[in-house]
Structures are given as structure tokens and as C-alpha cells.
Design a protein around this ligand. Structure first.
Ligand SMILES: *[C@@H]1O[C@H](CO)[C@@H](O)[C@H](O)[C@H]1NC(C)=O
Length: 261
């Protein structure tokens, strides 16, 4: 259940929209694949079965300058003004492709061989920031009907585990990215949060056809085994950082657009 809290801090209107339900949350990095599980005990075959996967936006906190701007902002970020909610649909013993959200085309599938086990798990490939949403799995057949809701969070950054090794008789710390980046920014810090990045060297580990790659970063600072090092990796190429559908409004960015509204 969603509800609104409107607080007025002149000249700022702060609008908070809460999502009150507790639900499963899945976290994934951009460009990874993820399985969104959905099981129903009443599902035992594809016969007479209809099911769908839909998405719903996660409502977050927005800070806007005034009411008119808020209307403009909500319009700008109303995903469903442009795209249908439906991302996967199955009925009459087969996948149905009409009326589906084109942003998910070729990136979603359900393993039909698992349906007799009651599994309607959705595989979502090559995750983008715009995939961050609530996902709803709905199924119905003559034995029952059911609904599952879950939240998918697309992570901005990762902190892979740091490993120690010896290079030319010198102790070094290393980290390997799990995610794929176009322009990875690697930041190394010690226990005191001092930035040691200038002592590190980052190399390409493997590259994909779309130009994104995984990296290995080595810290050549006088590394101590009992010290704590953290390795933080994020995408630094704004053009390749997909845009989230809902986020905090940058105060100045839409100013000109607002003047035309
Ligand atoms: C995602 O799945 C596709 C198809 O199964 C595969 O080719 C690709 O390597 C997977 N990507 C990742 C990051 O695992």
C-alpha cells in the first residue's frame, strides 16, 4: 500500500511517497543477469495456466521547488505514460508477445520446462538502472490463483573482496570487479579512510563486445596484512550509466524545461 505525506517547507515542497509493504528485495549490478523467483503450489502444468510478470515503479523521495514543478516532474517520470506494465505473459500453453514493454524485449524469459514444478521464475538479462522496480508475478488456473511481489534494486557500485598476494617479493592487495564497466573508477581506502587510489593500478581482466569490461586492480602501497583495505568500483562514464526512472531532482537541471512548461 502506498500513501502520501506532504510536508511544506517554504519555498520547498517535500513530497514523500512510502512503500509500506515488506517484500523480498533482490540486488543486482548493471549488466548482470538476475532470476526473480515465483513459485505456486497450484501450478503443475502449462494446461489452463495463465500468468504474467508486470512491473510497477518504486516510489521514492523527491525534492521539488513548487507544486507546478512537481506536476511537471511526475509527468516526466511517469513510466507508464510511455511503456506498458506488462513485461511477460503466458496463456494457451505458450508465451504471448503482444502488448509487452519494449524495454524488456529479448531480455526476459521463463524456463517452460520448470513450469510443471510450479516455477514461473523470470530471468532478466543485462540489467539496466531503469529495471529498478517492483515486479509482480500473477498466475491463475483451475486449481487456484496467486500473486508475488518483489523489489529489484540495481546497485550503483560494488566493493569486491580484497585479497593479498605477493608480486616481486612485495605484498600487494588486489580486487576483481564482478560487474562490467565502460569506465570503471576504482577507489582504494585504508582503515582510516585515506584515499590510496594513486598507488593502485587497474587492468582489464576480460572485455565484452559492447566495450564494457571487468577489471583487476592492484594496490602497490606498502601493504600490511593486518591493515584493512577497501576497494570500491563504480561506473564513471555518465553516458554509460543508465538513467534511473525515479530519483532525487537535481535543483538546476530541469530549470529551463520548467520555464517552457
Ligand atoms: C546473461 O545471460 C546470457 C544468456 O544466457 C549470457 O550470454 C550472458 O553471459 C549472461 N551475462 C552474465 C553477466 O552472466
Amino acid at each position: 500500500m502506498a500513501f502520501f505525506v506532504v510536508l511544506i517547507y517554504p519555498p520547498l515542497l517535500l513530497l514523500l511517497i512510502y512503500q509500506a509493504d515488506a517484500m523480498d528485495v533482490f540486488k543486482v549490478r548493471p549488466f548482470d543477469n538476475i532470476s526473480l523467483p515465483c513459485h505456486f503450489s497450484f501450478v503443475d502444468s502449462t494446461d489452463g495456466l495463465s500468468f504474467t510478470w508486470e512491473r510497477e515503479d518504486i516510489k521514492e523521495e523527491h525534492e521539488v521547488e513548487d507544486k507546478e514543478f512537481y506536476k511537471f516532474f511526475v509527468g516526466l517520470h511517469d513510466f507508464y505514460q510511455f511503456y506498458p506494465k506488462l513485461i511477460y505473459s503466458f496463456s494457451n500453453n505458450m508465451e504471448q508477445v503482444e502488448e509487452r514493454n519494449s524495454l524488456y524485449e529479448g531480455r526476459v524469459w521463463v524456463d517452460e520446462e520448470e513450469i510443471p514444478e510450479g516455477s514461473l521464475t523470470l530471468i532478466l538479462e543485462e540489467v539496466q538502472f531503469s529495471d529498478e522496480a517492483l515486479y509482480i508475478c500473477k498466475a491463475t488456473n483451475s486449481r487456484g490463483r496467486g500473486l508475488r511481489k518483489m523489489k529489484l534494486i540495481v546497485e550503483d557500485a560494488e566493493e569486491p573482496q580484497v585479497q593479498f598476494s605477493t608480486v616481486d617479493d612485495t605484498l600487494v592487495a588486489k580486487c576483481i570487479s564482478a560487474g562490467w564497466y565502460h569506465m570503471p573508477k576504482v577507489t582504494w581506502r585504508n582503515r582510516k579512510e585515506e584515499d590510496l587510489s594513486s598507488y593502485s593500478k587497474t587492468e582489464i581482466l576480460e572485455e565484452k563486445q559492447d566495450g564494457s569490461y571487468r577489471v583487476v586492480s592492484t594496490l602497490h602501497y606498502p601493504v600490511l596484512l593486518h591493515e584493512i583495505y577497501t576497494c570500491h568500483i563504480e561506473e564513471d562514464d555518465v553516458l554509460n550509466r543508465p538513467v534511473r526512472s525515479i530519483h532525487r531532482v537535481p535543483k538546476r537541471k530541469y530549470h529551463n524545461m520548467y520555464n517552457h512548461y
